[in-house]
Design a protein around this ligand. Structure first.
Ligand SMILES: [Cu+2]
Length: 391
């Protein structure tokens, strides 16, 4: 009962509960709600499911139940011995055609928006400039294809970063924009950017609600919007009977297979989720995911990021995600692909940028490649820093 109440509460408020300390984003044993959202887009999907679909489904089910009970009790042979013999009722027919059309539109329009967002890889760009205490004008090169150009205030985001914290500036109150429709947009700050700060101008049409926006604001489209930047890397996913192969084309010609951990080498909670080689990606960056298969159709599914995309032999499907928090996220092949279909889990480890770079170099070493990030210069600088700290 407690669990039902909790699920009802989660459904009503559309909240995505997340405990910051949980490193493993595992499904809750016997849970009814969604797994925690790991991306802003997944929050959108959860909101749509919990606050739009579930109430509509509930009301329709209760209405149909009430109609059935009414007919059963009011119009059974005993209660209603003389049946009336009319063939149609125009008003009712208009209503039961018109109302479902309206309901379907209410369901379809927001779901199209989410589907488009999942299907179109973000292309936002950013320009970082140094504040010098005098400059107020900062140029953003709006060099997108015409249909993707930043064309209104909502397509731009101006952020001041002083190294310790970031402040998102507000259009009109803090800055104005000139040059709409031209290649160069000029952002004019009302006050010059202080010395030592970075002025980050982000632009593009791939925008989304910021993560963690309250449900009530989502209802009224009152969430703060942000520009989602273009991918920093591509993850190539290839489905096999019965494991996954991953490649990182931006970081060299290395790939690896990811196999389920045997039952005796993992915990009961992680069995059928944990793998020997996890996918590793950096936090807060847009990851392009291309998915295909080697033999039969599989499906790469990662519920925390609201991803479920078919892996089809001879075809490359593309999607993307941007993880908001570090952690380990699990999914499973979601297209029946043979006898070991339920033994090809997916595990994604979201780590910090430095940890990601260290991991890339470890994978490159395994493939016999030179390090990409852990170069001699980096090592020298690290040693110099360590020496300076020791003195
Ligand atoms: Cu499969």
């Amino acid at each position: 009962m407690k669990r039902l109440l909790k699920a009802a509460f989660v459904a009503m408020t559309g909240m995505s509960v997340w405990a910051a300390s949980v490193a493993y984003a595992l499904p809750e044993q016997g849970g009814l709600g969604m797994v925690p959202a790991g991306s802003a887009l997944a929050e959108e999907v959860h909101f749509f499911h919990n606050a739009v679909l579930l109430p509509i489904i509930t009301v329709i089910s209760l209405l149909v139940l009430a109609l059935l009970l009414w007919v059963v009790f009011r119009y059974n042979a005993k209660a209603n011995p003389n049946a009336r013999k009319f063939s149609h009722n125009t008003l009712i027919e208009v209503l039961w055609t018109g109302i479902p059309i309206i309901i379907l539109l209410v369901v379809a329009l927001p779901s199209f928006e989410i589907l488009f967002k999942e299907g179109i890889t973000p292309d936002g760009k950013q320009v970082v400039s140094r504040g010098d205490g005098q400059t107020v004008d900062f140029v953003f090169p709006n060099d997108f294809p015409e249909s993707r150009m930043a064309s209104r205030a909502g397509h731009l985001q101006v952020i001041l970063d002083d190294g310790a914290s970031r402040t998102v500036l507000k259009n009109k109150r803090d800055y104005s924009v000139d040059g709409w429709g031209e290649r160069d947009l000029v952002v004019s700050l009302n006050d010059p950017a202080p010395v030592g700060t970075s002025v980050i101008v982000r632009g593009g049409r791939s925008t989304q609600n910021v993560s963690g926006c309250p449900t009530i604001k989502r209802y009224f489209d009152g969430c703060e919007k942000e520009v989602v930047l273009e991918p920093t890397m591509t993850l190539k996913v290839n489905g096999y009977q019965w494991n996954w192969q991953y490649a990182y084309p931006d970081f060299g010609d290395f790939d690896f297979f990811s196999n389920m951990m045997p039952e005796d080498q993992t915990t009961p909670e992680l069995y059928r989720f944990e793998v020997d080689n996890r996918v590793v990606v950096p936090v807060g960056e847009t990851i392009r995911v291309t998915v295909t298969a080697n033999d039969v159709i599989h499906s790469w599914a990662l519920p925390n990021f609201a991803i479920k995309i078919d892996a089809v032999p001879g075809r490359i499907n593309e999607t993307w995600f941007r993880a908001e928090r570090e952690g380990i996220y699990y999914g499973q092949c979601s297209e029946i692909c043979g006898v070991r279909h339920s033994y090809m889990p997916i595990a994604v480890e979201v780590v910090s940028r430095p940890a990601f770079e260290a991991w890339v170099d470890s994978q490159r070493a395994l493939a016999g490649l030179e390090p990409m990030f852990d170069t001699d210069e980096v090592k020298l600088a690290q040693t110099a820093n360590a020496d300076a700290a020791a003195e």
